[in-house]
Design a protein around this ligand. Structure first.
Ligand code: ADP
Length: 256
């Protein structure tokens, strides 16, 4: 669903933020993107729907087989929904309903279809009836859900999340994880919340210095303490306290 080949990107001040990034995400997969601050995670997400460069400065991006190019930009943006870290970067209307309707209206859908998509999206993020509320009166968790509703209302096949659980309280975080799990799409989640990555992602990419350093099965990669420490991360607590499989306990007993 997402194919990235040798993608590089430098900011206008000359700072190279991505260098030869290559990976794939299969349809329906949920993949984690981890790495220290400044690794290039946000820059990568912004490159996947052409927000920083279109076509890519160097390398290729394809979504569902479609090349990221000027000619395909509209269709790529329709397919790829991005949830920003700070909801205040995403919300700008006077009411929640108007905000969530913005994307579907940009797609040129009729008024009836826009209304249907808005109410479906509000139900999907478990905020039915919030359409008349003012976005700036909502809690952080509610704002994030409204942003997600706005993205979801465009029915993208791919969801990109930039630090979705940053600054959440524990309950808000748990609810967001459940919500994220309930949305069926191909997902790429950039986060320092490694327990969330462990809970949601089958596979993980480790980035550092603008490059993909490692990729593989989540428990294997996050459980590699040396790899985690080398890239400013920590092995998640739950992997230290994981109970051994009953069979391993038996084998251990027998061999003693
Ligand atoms: P991460 O999301 O992993 O923390 P970023 O993608 O935000 O990393 O940043 C990658 C690199 O690009 C960092 O060195 C950062 O300082 C730099 N960078 C980010 N945004 C800009 C910008 N607007 N202009 C110049 N450099 C930037």
């Amino acid at each position: 669903m997402i194919e990235v080949e040798q993608l590089s990107y430098s900011y206008p001040d000359g700072r190279q933020a991505l260098e030869g990034v290559t990976f794939r995400v299969m349809e329906g997969e949920t993949v984690g993107l981890v790495g220290p601050n400044g690794a290039g995670k946000s820059t990568l997400l912004l490159n996947l729907n052409g927000l920083l460069a279109c076509p890519p400065q160097r390398g290729r991006v394809r979504v569902g087989g479609l090349e990221l190019s000027r000619a395909n930009l509209y269709e790529i943006r329709r397919r790829v929904g991005l949830l920003f870290q700070d909801p205040d970067d995403q919300l700008f209307s006077a009411s929640v309903g108007e905000d969530v309707a913005f994307g579907p209206m940009q797609l040129g859908l009729g008024a009836e279809e826009v209304r249907r998509r808005v109410s479906e999206a509000m139900a999907a993020v478990k905020l039915p009836g919030f359409e008349g509320r003012a976005p700036h009166h909502l809690s952080l968790g509610e704002k994030k859900r409204v942003c997600l509703a706005g993205v979801w209302a465009c029915q993208p096949g791919v969801l990109l999340f930039d630090e979705p659980t940053a600054n959440f309280d524990p309950r808000g975080r748990r609810e967001f994880i459940d919500l994220c799990r309930s949305l069926s799409a191909t997902k790429l989640l950039a986060s320092h919340d490694l327990e969330m990555i462990l809970a949601l992602c089958e596979r993980v990419l480790v980035m550092d210095g603008g490059q993909v350093i490692a990729q593989g099965e989540t428990r294997e990669i996050l459980g590699d303490e040396a790899l985690m420490l080398a890239h400013g991360l920590e092995k998640p607590h739950s992997l230290f306290h994981a109970h051994p499989h009953p069979l391993q306990v038996c084998q251990g007993t027998n061999s003693r």
